[in-house]
Design a protein around this ligand. Structure first.
Ligand SMILES: O=C([O-])CC(=O)C(=O)O
Length: 205
C-alpha cells in the first residue's frame, strides 16, 4: 500500500489529475506557499467552524507522522487557521504537510520553517478556539470530498485527491500517461519538422 505512495513521488501531479480526468483536483486557489513544495501522503482530515482552529490542534495531536492534515475551514479567508507556532507544532510531530481551504498568518515565519503549507492566502487575524469541529471524518476541501486515508498529492501545479478505493488503478493510469507524455516529447520536440508534422496531423482531423 505504501509503495503506491513511493511510486507516486515519481509521478507528476498533472498525470495523476489526468488519470482521474480532473475530477478530484482541489480548487486552484489553494496554492503552495513555496513553489518547490511537493507532498504525497495520506490525509488526516479535520472539519472546523469558519475561523476556529481548536480542532486543528486536536488533529495535530492525533495525526501520525507522515500524514497530511487536510482542513475543511469552509473557505474562510478572514481568520488564519494556523500561524508559525501551530505549523511549527505540526512539523515537530512529523506531520508531512497542511492543506487548507482557508488562510494562514505569520507567512514569513512559516516559510522559514520550510514546511509545506497549501492554502488560499494569508491574513493577520487569529482564529477563535471555541471548539466546533470534527477530526478523521469525510470532509469537503476545495470542492472535493476527502476521506481519511485518501492519498493527497500536491505541488505547484495544484493538489489532487486520490480516493483510497481506486488508488492502484489511478497509479497505473498516471504512470501510463507519464510514459506517453515522455514518448511524445521525445518524438515531437526533437526537430522543427517533427513539430510541424505533429501539428498538421492534429489539425487535419
Ligand atoms: O495560535 C494561533 O491560533 C495562530 C498563531 O498565531 C500561531 O500559530 O502562531
Amino acid at each position: 500500500m505504501n509503495d503506491i505512495i513511493e511510486k507516486l513521488r515519481e509521478t507528476p501531479t498533472t498525470c495523476v489529475s489526468d488519470a482521474m480526468q480532473g475530477l478530484n483536483n482541489l480548487h486552484p486557489d489553494i496554492k503552495p506557499l513555496k513553489e518547490e513544495y511537493k507532498i504525497v501522503g495520506r490525509a488526516f482530515t479535520v472539519k472546523t467552524a469558519a475561523g476556529d482552529n481548536f480542532y486543528v490542534l486536536k488533529a495535530i495531536r492525533e495525526a501520525k507522522p507522515g500524514d497530511i492534515l487536510v482542513i475543511d475551514a469552509k473557505g474562510d479567508t478572514y481568520r488564519a487557521i494556523a500561524g508559525d507556532f501551530v505549523v511549527g507544532m505540526a512539523q515537530t510531530l512529523g506531520i508531512q504537510g497542511i492543506v487548507v481551504d482557508g488562510v494562514i498568518r505569520d507567512v514569513m515565519g512559516i516559510k522559514n520553517l520550510n514546511f509545506p503549507v497549501f492554502c488560499k492566502g494569508t491574513t493577520v487575524a487569529a482564529s477563535n478556539k471555541v471548539g466546533i469541529g470534527e477530526t478523521n471524518v469525510p470532509i469537503s476541501c476545495g470542492g472535493v470530498t476527502v476521506h481519511p486515508n485518501d492519498i493527497i498529492i500536491g505541488d505547484v501545479d495544484g493538489v489532487v485527491v486520490i480516493p483510497q478505493t481506486i488508488e492502484q488503478d489511478v497509479l497505473n493510469k498516471a504512470v501510463k500517461k507519464m510514459k506517453k507524455d515522455q514518448e511524445r516529447e521525445e518524438s515531437v520536440l526533437k526537430s522543427r519538422e517533427s513539430v510541424i508534422q505533429y501539428l498538421d496531423n492534429i489539425l487535419s482531423k
